[in-house]
Ligand binder design. Structure first.
Ligand code: HEC
Length: 115
């Protein structure tokens, strides 16, 4: 593969974003959380990867993809991030600050009308 092709592929990956109907209305904290979720969590919680499969097994297919959930509650997500659950690792404050964890929490709970 030539360098130009590689550069083009890189640019396409860097600029391609998954655009969702609700994305237009993200607050800046939620937008920050979305970016962090994609850099930190999505390799296990994206489509067809391990965390998503594990959740599909335990909770059913409709609750497998965290980004689509409308039943996630802030305290629960925060405690899963800090304590881990099942095969999911825990994140220390030195790895993910409270502010960053809160941003992820605000992103993942955005669809829950009751929070
Ligand atoms: C190394 C893979 C991995 C990474 C990285 C990961 N998770 Fe998980 N996560 C899992 C697995 C596997 C489960 C399911 C555990 C189980 O049910 O036994 C899970 C479960 C969860 C749950 C529980 C959902 C529920 O309804 O019970 C939440 C919330 C969660 N993860 C959030 C996150 C967030 C936020 C991040 C990034 C900060 C993250 N995860 C990073 C593997 C991962």
């Amino acid at each position: 593969m030539s360098r130009a092709t590689l550069a083009l592929l890189f640019l396409m990956c860097a600029t391609a974003r998954y655009v969702d109907a609700d994305e237009a209305s993200l607050t800046s904290a939620q937008e920050h959380g979305r970016k962090l979720f994609h850099s930190t969590c999505v390799y296990c919680h994206g489509e067809r990867v391990w965390g998503t499969f594990a959740l599909a097994q335990r909770l059913g297919p409709n609750r497998a993809l965290l980004e689509k959930r409308n039943d996630l509650v802030a305290d629960y997500v925060r405690s899963v991030i800090r304590a881990g659950v099942g095969g999911m690792p825990s994140y220390r404050r030195t790895e993910l600050s409270d502010a960053d964890a809160d941003a992820i929490v605000s992103y993942l709970t955005r669809l829950n009308p009751r929070k």
